[in-house]
Write a protein that binds this ligand. Structure first.
Ligand code: NAP
Length: 343
C-alpha cells in the first residue's frame, strides 16, 4: 500500500513562506500600547503593483484616528498594518508595471484602507508611486505624500498660484509648526503670499525661518483672536490644527470680503456652517476639506525638495522596532515637522 505523504504542519508552512517584521493592531483604540510587533508573510505585488522595501515611513494623525475607528470605513479588517507614506526601494514589480524596476528608489502613498507602511516590505500602486532622486533622502520624501499633498491642495483651493504669478494673497496658516502646517507656510511663500502663521511660543523662530511674514503665539489674546499684527485681513485661512474648533465669529472680523477658511479637521460645526454659507450665498465661506492626493502633485513636491525650494523638517526619527514611540508622539499633537519611522 503506498504511503500517503504527510501534510505540512503550520510551522513548516510558515518556514516555506518568507516572513517580515510588521507593526499591527488587532482592535480599535489602544494608542501606542495597541501596536504589536509581528512576523507576517511578505506581500506579493499584483498587477500594477510594486513590492517596496522600507527605508522610511512618516506618521500622520490620520493613522491613529483610523486606529480609533473611522467607522464604518476604516480599518477594513484586523489585524491592520497602518502607514501610508512610504519611501523605499523597489524589490519586485507586478505584471504590467512599466515605469519602475527592481532597485529604483521611490516614494509612494498607500491607501488608508490598506495601509501596510509600518512594515519591512509593502505593496504600492504604480499609479501613486514616484521616483525619488538621490538628492532627496528617504525621510524627506516620506514626509511628503499626505502632509505635503494636503498643504498643496489647500493652497490651491485658497487661490494661491504656486508659481508665484497670481495676485498676492494674505494667507493665515493655523498650526504652522506641524506636518501639514510647515509645508503650507513654505508653499504659500513660494506662491508669493503674505503669510501670517500661528504656533506655540517655542516654535515662533522656527516658523519665521520657514518664511512666515508674521507669527502669532496661539496662547496670546491676539493669537486666540487670529488678529494679524499688521492689521491685514486674510483672503484665505488654512486651519491645520488637529483638535481646535474655532467659532466662525472669531474668523469673520479677520477676513477679506470673499475669503475662504479651509478646515482640514472638520467636525459637525464646520459642515453645518459650510451648508449655511452655501444656502445664504455668503461671500465669506468656511469649507471642510478632505485632500485627495495625486501622483503628479507628489512628483511636483519631490522636485521642489530636490531643487532646494521646499524642505521636510524632521521632528523625530524612530526605528521600526520602536514605531510606537513615534505613534505616541503624533497622538501628543506637538510635532515640529514630520515624525519618521525608519527601517
Ligand atoms: N483633511 C485632510 O485631507 C487632512 C490631511 C492631512 C491632515 N489632516 C489633519 O490636519 C491636522 C494636522 O495634521 P498634521 O499632520 O499637521 O498634525 P501634527 O503634525 O501633529 O501637527 C499638529 C500641530 O498643531 C499645533 N497646534 C496644536 N494646537 C494648536 C493651536 N491651538 N494653534 C496653533 N497650533 C496648534 C502643534 O503645535 P504646538 O506643539 O506648538 O502645540 C503642532 O505643531 C490633523 O487633524 C490631521 O488629521 C487632514
Amino acid at each position: 500500500m503506498p504511503i500517503k505523504p504527510k501534510s505540512p504542519s503550520k510551522l513548516e508552512k510558515a518556514m516555506a513562506t518568507k516572513l517580515m517584521h510588521a507593526v499591527q493592531y488587532d482592535s480599535y483604540g489602544g494608542g501606542p500600547a495597541g501596536l504589536k510587533h509581528a512576523e507576517v508573510p511578505i506581500p506579493a505585488p499584483k498587477k500594477g503593483e510594486l513590492l517596496v522595501k522600507l527605508e522610511a515611513v512618516s506618521i500622520n494623525p490620520y493613522d491613529w484616528k483610523i486606529q480609533n475607528g473611522v467607522r464604518p470605513f476604516y480599518p477594513h479588517k484586523f489585524p491592520h498594518t497602518p502607514g501610508t507614506d512610504v519611501a523605499g526601494e523597489v524589490i519586485e514589480v507586478g505584471q504590467g508595471v512599466n515605469s519602475f524596476k527592481a532597485g529604483d528608489k521611490i516614494v509612494t502613498l498607500h491607501s488608508h484602507a490598506t495601509g501596510g507602511g509600518l512594515a519591512e516590505f509593502s505593496v504600492a500602486k504604480e499609479s501613486m508611486t514616484v521616483t525619488r532622486p538621490p538628492e532627496v533622502s528617504a525621510a524627506e520624501a516620506a514626509g511628503l505624500p499626505v502632509a505635503g499633498g494636503t498643504a498643496l491642495q489647500a493652497l490651491i483651493v485658497a487661490g494661491v498660484k504656486l508659481d508665484g504669478t497670481g495676485k498676492q494673497k494674505n494667507i493665515l496658516i493655523i498650526a504652522a509648526s506641524g506636518g501639514v502646517g510647515h509645508y503650507a507656510v513654505q508653499l504659500a511663500r513660494l506662491g508669493n503670499a503674505h503669510v501670517t502663521a500661528t504656533c506655540g511660543a517655542r516654535n515662533i523662530e522656527f516658523v519665521k525661518s520657514l518664511g512666515a511674514d508674521e507669527v502669532l503665539d496661539y496662547k496670546t489674546p491676539d493669537g486666540e483672536a487670529l488678529r494679524s499684527p499688521s492689521g491685514r485681513k486674510y483672503d484665505a485661512v488654512v486651519n491645520c490644527a488637529t483638535t481646535l474648533t474655532i467659532p466662525w465669529s472669531t474668523y469673520k472680523p479677520n477676513l477679506s470680503e470673499k475669503a475662504k477658511v479651509i478646515d482640514l479637521s472638520p467636525g459637525g460645526i464646520t459642515f453645518f456652517t459650510f451648508a449655511l454659507h452655501k444656502i445664504t450665498f455668503s461671500k465669506k465661506q468656511l469649507m471642510p476639506m478632505i485632500a485627495s492626493p495625486k501622483k503628479e502633485e507628489l512628483e511636483y513636491l519631490v522636485k521642489l525638495v530636490k531643487d532646494g525650494k521646499l524642505k521636510t523638517v524632521i521632528d523625530s526619527n524612530h526605528p521600526l522596532s520602536k514605531a510606537e514611540d513615534g505613534w505616541g508622539k503624533s497622538i501628543d499633537g506637538h510635532a515640529t515637522g514630520k515624525i519618521i519611522v525608519e527601517s
